[in-house]
Design a protein around this ligand. Structure first.
Ligand code: GUN
Length: 419
């Protein structure tokens, strides 16, 4: 049994962020929370005065091969693909390189308090195998899969559709549900621009068979939207392409979704598909400002992604802050002017933790610090003045001022994994 103590903050509903002073959190030998109570710190407990206990952060869209290519500014999306993404992924053909990058990636995630990722891999099966082995050993919770792209990408990265589907099938058979369910496989067709219909339909069928997630990119940029229209002239739009290919499902994670219109948002909501909002990447690559409020009000499930390497910052509280600031920018600069309220800080904590767990189908496992849930949590030591604020101000001050160097302990499934 391990015991943590400190001020407990957790989002229990989109509009509710609970703060409990002098909380005592017990983690059992089975890696699950065994109890949550309040009182003076027991002897030998981890944490103590000035410490806060938070659920681990969830990053629902990022690219592992781009980990060490963050922050290279000055490129639009398609130049970014040419100059940064393709070379970054090409080096993963060497499984030793893939393993080295996976190690750095996991260290980076843990150092930033991210305990669950939904991350794209490279188009190479051996590299994907090595990455999963690193996740298994290091303890990260991950939804991950080999990138699928067999069209309009450079030689060496493009696959043969049937072989890539067979490789994905084998990887899913090996890794989906591994490490006690901590690891899950995601079929990962990059985008309808870079996948044949055969590859997309095959990925959808296999994901259905295995009960796996599908992760892809949708409506990230206006140029991309136009190119999808040219490539599939018989389809009404990109969402119809996804639906026709069998990719618009309740286990699909659509990255970005910046340029979805109201009708498309309703289709996405009706399908139970999740949109992953990547506000930092959308600004960095100048692809647009996603209207989070319009998505939420249409009933779309949303989680947050750092969008690495289009996003440059792995620290998810800052991604959440950018989601709040982007919603404000859309409200004050959008035409017609928005009237719906912008998301609250409580909603930001929800999107970072419990809301993301729900959107990723992990609500029975993580996102909440409560008995029976798997123990993914952080002990942090924020600036001390936060404790002196009126209770209603504290979640906001913590969200906006927390820094990665203030993370003292990271637990995943009850195991201390860092930093
Ligand atoms: N669209 C297709 N592939 C990618 C990628 O690797 N990064 C981003 N940001 N967008 C994409």
């Amino acid at each position: 049994m391990q015991t943590l103590c400190g001020t407990l903050l957790q989002a229990t509903a989109p509009a509710e962020c609970r703060v409990t002073d002098e909380a005592i959190v017990r983690i059992g030998e089975d890696g699950k929370f065994a109890g949550v109570s309040a009182g003076p710190a027991p002897r030998g407990a981890v944490g103590g005065p000035g410490r806060w206990i938070l659920p681990g952060f969830i990053d629902a869209h990022l690219h592992l091969p781009h980990w060490d290519r963050r922050g290279i500014d000055g490129l639009g999306l398609f130049d970014f693909l040419e100059k940064i993404v393709w070379p970054a992924e090409a080096r993963m053909a060497d499984p030793d390189v893939a393993e080295r990058i996976a190690e750095a990636f996991v260290s980076g995630m843990i150092a930033h308090g991210t305990t669950t990722v939904a991350a794209f891999g490279s188009p190479f099966p051996q590299a994907t195998q090595r990455v999963f082995e690193v996740f298994e050993r290091r303890g990260l919770r991950a939804i991950h899969g080999m990138m699928l792209n067999d069209t309009e990408c450079p030689p060496g990265l493009d696959q043969e559709a049937d072989a890539s589907l067979e490789d994905s099938r084998q990887l899913a058979a090996r890794w989906h549900g591994a490490a006690g369910g901590r690891l899950q496989y995601a079929f990962s067709p990059r985008t309808p621009l870079m996948c044949s219909s055969r590859q997309m339909r095959g990925a959808a069928a296999l994901a259905g068979m295995f009960g796996c997630h599908i992760q892809t990119h949708a409506a990230e940029s206006l140029i991309g939207v136009e190119r999808v229209r040219e490539r599939f002239p018989e389809a009404l739009d990109e969402i119809e392409v996804f639906a026709e290919m069998g990719l618009l499902t309740g286990r699909t994670l659509l990255g970005h979704g910046v340029h979805l219109n109201q009708h498309q948002r309703r289709q996405v909501a009706a399908a139970g598909t999740t949109v992953i909002h990547c506000p930092k990447a959308n600004l960095f690559l100048q692809t647009g400002l996603m209207d989070y409020v319009a998505h939420r009000d249409s009933g779309v499930r949303v989680a947050l992604g750092s969008g690495i390497g289009g996003g440059f910052d792995p620290f998810m509280p800052r991604v959440a802050v950018d989601a709040l600031q982007t919603a404000k920018a859309v409200k004050v600069h959008g035409l017609p002017r928005g009237t719906s309220p912008v998301p609250t800080v409580a909603e930001a904590w929800w999107l970072l933790t419990r809301g993301a767990a729900e959107a990723l189908g992990l609500a029975d496992r993580v996102g909440l610090i409560a008995p029976g849930m798997e123990a993914d949590c952080l002990v942090v030591r924020p600036e001390p003045w936060i404790a002196d604020l009126e209770p209603s101000c504290r979640p906001s001050a913590l969200l906006y001022s927390l820094r990665p160097d203030q993370i003292e302990h990271v637990y995943i499934a009850g195991r201390r994994v860092g930093p």
